[in-house]
Write a protein that binds this ligand. Structure first.
Ligand SMILES: Cc1cc2nc3c(=O)[nH]c(=O)nc-3n(C[C@H](O)[C@H](O)[C@H](O)COP(=O)(O)OP(=O)(O)OC[C@H]3O[C@@H](n4cnc5c(N)ncnc54)[C@H](O)[C@@H]3O)c2cc1C
Length: 235
């Protein structure tokens, strides 16, 4: 049974849902509307670190962990450091992004955030019914950011490659990073018949995020992705 009616229902308070809800909240066009934002997670962890290019300043500058104008590419025999101004490469903690948007939306007169998991979406001619773990809502429009495509593994037309990312936040007791230079791609490591590179975001001379990426047809066992040694000693 439909219990509560909204003009717009946004499913998922992730990157897309939070930016959309905030943009609608700030746009006078929607001032007389009711907007519902549904998110299944009741607490938000720092589940990812976002990095992106931007020309000049942007809306998340006050939240950035760090930004760089110097970018390094490395091969076995060559190192290239490029200045990318007027662009810069910016890094943002997921948790800071979520907190920023949640705080703004708490003050909203038109957006209601509810922590409920969506179970089904049913479209009829004039409205959409969204059933959650708590109740059913109706909306004139629904924006759905849940990602539920058929598995790419099921198609045979194109070769499938999967990207592995494994990363560590490192703190060393002496300077090991070139603080002003982000390493985009360091291919100087063994390629082992596919494509592999390191990615390094230095936050200071002795702290940074170090990631290892490789592409392969089948996913590696989780145990293969983690360091066997607990302590890493830098020369
Ligand atoms: C570790 C990691 C690092 C990344 N780094 C980068 C990067 O550096 N740069 C970059 O551009 N991209 C990066 N990405 C990709 C980027 O995070 C995604 O492209 C982006 O988050 C997609 O936005 P979205 O809103 O569609 O989905 P999400 O941000 O995943 O949001 C979906 C939301 O829906 C909620 N949800 C799921 N199921 C339900 C349900 N049944 N009911 C209600 N809510 C539900 C989820 O809890 C989540 O909050 C990274 C991703 C990961 C995982």
């Amino acid at each position: 049974m439909v219990q509560d009616k909204f003009d717009y229902i946004i499913i998922g308070a992730g990157a897309a849902g939070l930016m959309l809800a905030t943009a609608m909240d700030q746009d006078p066009f929607f001032a007389s509307n009711r907007i519902l934002l549904l998110e299944k997670q009741t607490t938000r962890s720092n589940d990812r670190t976002w990095s992106y290019w931007e020309k000049g300043s942007g809306p998340y500058d006050s939240l950035l962990t760090r930004q760089w104008e110097e970018i390094k590419f490395k091969g076995v025999n060559q190192v290239l450091i490029k200045n990318i101004q007027p662009y810069s490469y910016k890094t943002l903690r997921g948790q800071d992004f979520y907190s920023f948007h949640y705080q703004n939306l708490e003050e909203s007169n038109i957006v209601t955030l509810r922590h409920e998991a969506v179970l089904s979406i049913e479209e009829s001619e004039n409205f959409v019914a969204v059933r959650t773990t708590a109740q059913t809502y109706s909306g004139s429009y629904v924006f759905n950011s849940l990602f539920t495509p058929p598995s790419p593994k099921e198609q045979k037309k194109y070769p499938l490659i999967q990207q592995h990312f494994v990363g560590w936040f490192i703190r060393a007791d002496k300077p090991i990073f070139q603080e002003n230079v982000a390493t985009f791609m360091d291919f100087s490591l063994p390629q082992k018949s596919n494509t592999r590179f390191m990615y390094v975001l230095p936050f200071s001379e002795n702290e940074g995020l170090v990631e290892y990426t490789l592409f392969s047809k089948d996913l590696l066992e989780v145990s293969e992705k983690f360091l066997k040694k607990k302590k890493v000693v830098f020369p």
